[in-house]
Design a protein around this ligand. Sequence first.
Ligand SMILES: *Cc1c(COP(=O)(O)O)cnc(C)c1O
Length: 409
Amino acid sequence: MRVHDLLPPPRMLMTPGPAEADPRVLRAMAAPLLGQFDPYFTGLMNETMELLRLVFQTQNHWAFVVDGTSRAGLEAVLVSLIEPGDRVLVPIIGRFGHLLTEIAERCGADVATLPCPWGTVVEPDALKAALQQHRPKLVAMVHGETSTGMMQPLEWAGALCREHGALLVVDAVATLGGVPVKVDEWGLDACIAGTQKCLGAPSGSAPVTFNDRAAALIERRRHVEQGLRGPQHRPGPGPRIRSNYFDLAMLMDYWSPVRINHHTEAGSMLYAVREALRCVAEEGLEARFARHRLHGEAVVAGVTAMGLELFGDRQHKMPQVTPVLIPEGVNGDQVRAMLLEDFGIEIATSFGPLHGKVWRIGTMGYSAQKRNVLLLLGALATCLRAQGFRADGAAAVDAALAVYRAAGA
Ligand SMILES: *Cc1c(COP(=O)(O)O)cnc(C)c1O
């Protein structure tokens, strides 16, 4: 049998994930493998924890990665914190709120939801009323809801949850490394991120952090695996965590000096995450946030100049995702297919009620570059004209260039 060589076609990834990986990250992934308890490797694990604290803006001791895509991080946090029968509240502003609901239900929670129309965010009064009504042990919510392009303000959320005795768990999968995620200042008890969005790495690893309040609940449920258990290991009084792979108590042991064996750390992914975080630290958080804002503004200027309209509440738009209404009479999937085949550019459609109605343009991580934005705008206008929509590509590119010029970029 002869199987062809691996030669992926050149692509510009302008979706809300996966975004392009920084070449430095890809290079790090090609480094030789090490044993997971090799002192050099455990040193890399410790450095990764340190870098994660910086990027999550936290003093939490616990900051490490769960192997698996971002939803592995969501599952690990939720299954380790939720005991069957616990009341959980999930505000839903789009598809990923439904995902949190689904995971919490599978953990055996009694889930109450706070549904909001897609394209909007949750207001403090609505969350307060729901907290008073449902008295949850835990609130799980999404920071950057990529399905709608909306960013949920969280400055007030931690304090509000704490007043009502609830833990706050936040899905910052699409936001960490692109916009501020202030874990300590906002009072987030646990926060989960993604690597393939604003961090510029492939998918396959889920950064998580949680504070001592969350850690205490997990510690109560510590049950070291039979076969690894020694006389010093007393099972905690709480019910055993329902997943072995996602048992944060065991992962905490693995990510601490005791290094009790659990899974085999995905070594090449750890190299990738460490390098991606090193890139963030070198660029600087504020500069990185400014870069995401700038390219988001350039996309908005470009698409509006070509006669397109944005979806959702502009005030709460994520800088790194631009949701665009597909014009009447234009076949959204045909435009995306032409963009990919003729220009090698990928943009995203949307989910559920927005499928076929909204495109989502991502400017995340390494994809957030002037060259990408300008090429995309020119190409998109051409693809729209092929569908009979009179889009002015030159005006779009000029409008984006004006944004760059005004910013001195
Ligand atoms: C992409 C995304 C996820 C899922 O991430 P995977 O890495 O595909 O598991 C979850 N939440 C949000 C907000 C996302 O944007």
